[in-house]
Ligand binder design. Sequence first.
Ligand code: E4P
Length: 220
Amino acid sequence: MKIFIDTANIQQIKDAVDTGIIDGVTTNPTLVSREGRPLVELIKEICSLVDGPISVEAVSQNWHEIVKEARHLAKIDKNVVVKVPLVKEGLKAVKVLSKEKVQTNVTLCFSAPQALFAAKAGAAYVSPFVGRLDDIGHVGMDLIRDIRRIYDNYGIRTQIIVASIRNPLHVIEAAMAGADCATIPYDVLMNLMKHPLTDIGVERFLNDWKKVPKARSPGR
Ligand code: E4P
């Protein structure tokens, strides 16, 4: 499963990228608004840090405008993937953009038929939002399992990005459901790297190491 970081924060991206586990970045207008910087400048910097898909959301409402905006965003960097909302106008735009080889990530997906339509329109990625479904009392991960099955039934190559991840369990379940990618907020990513037994083990080894007689020379 590819691991994307779900943030537009440069420090968080740098810190996560240094671990060697990051395959890409997803942003949205909410995440970008927290950074207080112009979009293009911010995305250029993100693209200089990560050599992988960088999702940037189009905010236009009708398909003509979405297409225009997407062409503009795609020019920022070869790795830019344009996020398009899963509405009728969005699907029309994806159809045009896929013919122009502009990669799209169809976002705000909340049902299996929506995901099927995104794929048929030519989306490179689809982003089902598991956390927001959980928030309203649905099992978000059931949607991932349904989409995986439907895509596999028909050999559909659109990649499933599990989005709106809220906790480590979402990541484990996404991998078990066969999702192609999970986009993970920084705090969840950091939690996933930690285990109390690892910390206890490190501390114990360090304490025992102090008891080992040290050679006078540089040798251990
Ligand atoms: C990523 O592509 C989505 O925009 C993001 O995961 C949404 O997360 P949220 O539901 O926590 O806002």
